[in-house]
Ligand binder design. Structure first.
Ligand code: NAD
Length: 361
């Protein structure tokens, strides 16, 4: 069984599915690795580093298993063949996903988003590894756009108060954002509709904003709010948001448009020079004034909605992603380097979204 690593083609995508260290681990397990020329360049990894790790440079689509980061384009699906395996982010919950086309091409596709969030599969959890990157970088972006310091400064020229930072939606990205903002010296507060998150928020030194709404859904995710709950939440947040210099939003509900948490009126209530970083732009955004993928200034508040923050830190994002992908492959490998997926294993069965021309996503 051989593995191919493609050169990503999505605009702005700089990550690569395997880094040389992980190539060496696969080669050590009798798995030949074929890397497309220039596949690592976005992450500043030259072809020679892959060769030194035991890979060959060639056509990744000639391999038995094709590895990638971003979902494939139609042209890339056209290069896949019947019976070939594919592992990557395939956005199975997005309405415009390519699962149907992969099925039509007879590809056995594994979507890393579909790996269950259970303890045993944590090492394969690419959603979490990349959300950590997004959460960290969202704070760096906020600090860059802010007209004010994050830390408290006591100087001969006077004392500067610390920035107040509110994170709305405290999953993996939100928790990392809170921890990063704290390390930068901000005064942090977290809010989520899952009450169990309060303890995690406090564990990273942040205050918990309690609005009295419990919308814990299935599998550790949130459910969508009712109209009454949404109105109550928006009003309460409108009042709370005024007091913050920075608001970072990461709220998502699986398979649904992003919940609207920050209204135009809430933005208008913020101090001039404040910043909103909206990580939910891909599903419409958590802020009413968000323009997905763009940075806009409204009422003297900067609102930015970067769409692929992990791609802006391609070195570490690729390193973490590669380890996730390796762990998934390793779960399916036998001692001779053959891929033998066990579909009675819930991790394998959940991750596999097309098989024998069937769609299970
Ligand atoms: P996510 O990206 O799907 O959502 C981000 C956050 O937005 C969630 O915390 C959610 O509760 C919140 N949210 C949704 N609607 C909201 C609203 N109207 N107002 C405020 N907040 C709202 O979340 P995620 O980071 O993918 O994490 C999802 C779950 O998976 C969490 O329970 C997390 O702890 C769990 N998880 C488990 C494992 C594991 O055990 N292996 C690993 C990672 C994550």
């Amino acid at each position: 069984m051989s593995v191919g690593v493609v050169r990503e083609t999505a605009p702005g995508e700089r990550r690569v599915a395997l880094v040389p260290k992980v190539v060496a681990s696969l080669v050590g397990k009798k798995v030949p690795v074929i890397v497309e020329e220039g596949a690592g360049l976005g992450a500043l990894i030259p072809d020679q580093d892959f060769v030194d790790a035991g890979a060959t440079i060639g056509d990744p689509y000639s391999a038995d298993v094709v590895l990638r980061v971003s979902p494939p384009s139609d042209a890339e699906i056209g290069r896949l063949r019947n019976g070939q395996k594919l592992i990557g982010f395939l956005a199975p919950r997005n309405s415009d996903n390519k699962i149907g086309a992969l099925k039509a091409a007879g590809v056995e596709a594994y979507a890393v988003e579909a790996i269950p969030r259970i303890s045993r599969a944590q090492v394969m959890d690419a959603l979490s590894s990349q959300a950590n990157v997004s959460g960290y970088k969202s704070v760096i972006v906020a600090a860059d756009l802010s007209t004010r310091f994050f830390p408290m400064l006591t100087t001969a020229a006077g004392t500067v108060k610390p920035a107040t930072v509110l994170v709305l939606g405290v999953g993996v990205a939100g928790l990392q954002a809170l921890a990063t903002a704290k390390r930068l010296g901000g005064r942090t507060t977290g809010y989520d509709v899952r009450p169990e998150v309060a303890e995690q928020v406090r564990s990273v030194g942040a205050q918990w904003l309690d609005l009295g709404i419990d919308a814990a859904g299935e599998g550790g995710y949130a459910r969508e709010l009712t109209d009454a709950e949404r109105a109550q939440q928006q009003q309460a947040l409108e009042d709370a948001i005024k007091g913050f210099d920075v608001v970072i939003t990461t709220a998502l509900v699986p398979g649904r448009p992003a919940p609207r948490l920050v209204t135009a009126a809430a933005v208008e209530g913020m101090k001039p020079g404040s910043v909103v970083v909206d990580l939910a732009g891909e599903t419409g955004g958590n802020c009413e004034l968000t323009v997905p993928g763009e940075t806009v200034v409204r009422h003297d508040v900067t609102i930015t909605s970067p769409l692929n923050l992990p791609a802006t830190m391609p070195e570490h994002a690729s390193e973490l992603y590669s380890k996730n992908v390796f762990a998934l492959i390793d779960l399916m490998l036998d001692d001779n380097g053959a891929l033998v997926p066990d579909f009675t294993d819930e991790v394998v069965a959940s991750a596999c979204v097309t098989r024998d021309s069937e769609v299970s996503a």
